[in-house]
Ligand binder design. Structure first.
Ligand SMILES: [Cu+2]
Length: 311
């Protein structure tokens, strides 16, 4: 072998190495787990943390005459797949898969994170799948593959990663066989959450307002609580509560009072009538001034709350 030949081979080798380094820096090196020990009953494991549970390549579930079709899916798992779903930290590249009943499904599971992830299915028939589960698990970055035959009925299966908090933080999906049997909540990009997050201020509803009106008109001290928007609810509470009360009292009270005083003052001397009316006026003014004082304190308290709120 000539000198130039060796130089050329060396150059080519270094070029290959260089390319390997560059691609290696961009993507994590995925370790293949394809030499696992078979522990029986579809349970495969290796010493590096790869695991398959519930593997079934040939036993037909009840109701399946034959394998309807062979399907391969590749599922990527990792933190980067959570980025498009605010509030999540982990995710699969897809969160929903659809297959026909009696499909022989092979799942190629690629965990791109340097931690442990799972692709775990629940709700399978227990006579065939131990604990009703099919389960792929690997500490990444690594790849593991497993196969199962799906039952004949239309059903939606929950798929998730069971490592603490991974499902709650987005690593959750559903496998729909045939027509499925409904959906699971909080599947990122697929279904609505069971309970929506709400980080905004609480909006007082109409029932809250009437509640506030009862409290504020019943007690002389203004009840100021954050959240019920003091100025609006105070004003509404005052006008809807006290005003209606006064209006009703006026409608029924005025004719009664007129009749009462008409009978009482009939045939009395004028000075008696005048002193009676002055007493009545005094009482009325005392009532009005008490009411004005209460209103003044109330508005002032509201203003204090609002200015504190703004600062
Ligand atoms: Cu996980």
């Amino acid at each position: 072998m000539g000198r130039s030949m060796k130089t050329t081979i060396g150059l080519i080798l270094s070029l290959f190495l260089w390319t390997g380094t560059v691609t290696g820096a961009e993507e994590p090196q995925i370790i293949e787990h394809n030499q696992m020990m078979d522990h029986g009953d579809g349970h495969l494991m290796d010493m590096e943390g790869g695991m398959v549970m519930g593997q079934n390549k040939d036993k037909l579930p009840a109701g399946c005459d034959r394998v309807s079709e062979d399907v391969q899916i590749t599922v990527h798992a990792g933190r980067k797949y959570s980025k498009q779903f605010p509030g999540t930290m982990f995710g699969f590249d897809k969160h929903e898969w659809r297959v026909k009943p009696c499909t022989r499904l092979t799942v190629n599971f690629i965990n791109e994170d340097p931690i442990r992830h799972q692709w775990m299915m629940h709700g399978l028939p227990k006579f065939m799948y131990d604990k009703g589960m099919f389960h792929l698990e690997v500490t990444g970055p690594a790849r593991v593959a497993g196969t199962l035959i799906l039952p004949s009925e239309d059903k939606t299966y929950l798929v998730h990663c069971d490592i603490a908090q991974h499902m709650e933080k987005g690593m959750k999906g559903q496998l729909i066989v045939g027509q499925g049997s409904g959906t699971f909540p909080s599947i990122p990009g697929v279904t609505d959450p069971a309970i929506f997050d709400n980080y905004g201020p609480t909006q007082p509803s109409s029932t809250d307002l009437s509640g506030a009106a009862t409290t504020t008109t019943a007690s002389a001290t203004p009840a100021v609580s954050p959240g019920d928007g003091v100025s609006p609810s105070g004003t509404v509470g005052f006008f809807s509560g006290s005003l209606i009360l006064g209006f009703v009292a006026g409608i029924f009270g005025a004719p009664a009072a007129y009749g009462y005083y008409n009978r009482k003052l009939k045939g009395r001397p004028l000075d008696k009538v005048i002193s009676e009316l002055v007493g009545l006026l005094k009482g009325f003014l005392a009532l009005v001034s008490t009411w004005l004082a209460w209103l003044y304190h109330r508005l002032k308290a509201g203003q204090r709350y609002l200015s504190k709120d703004r600062n």
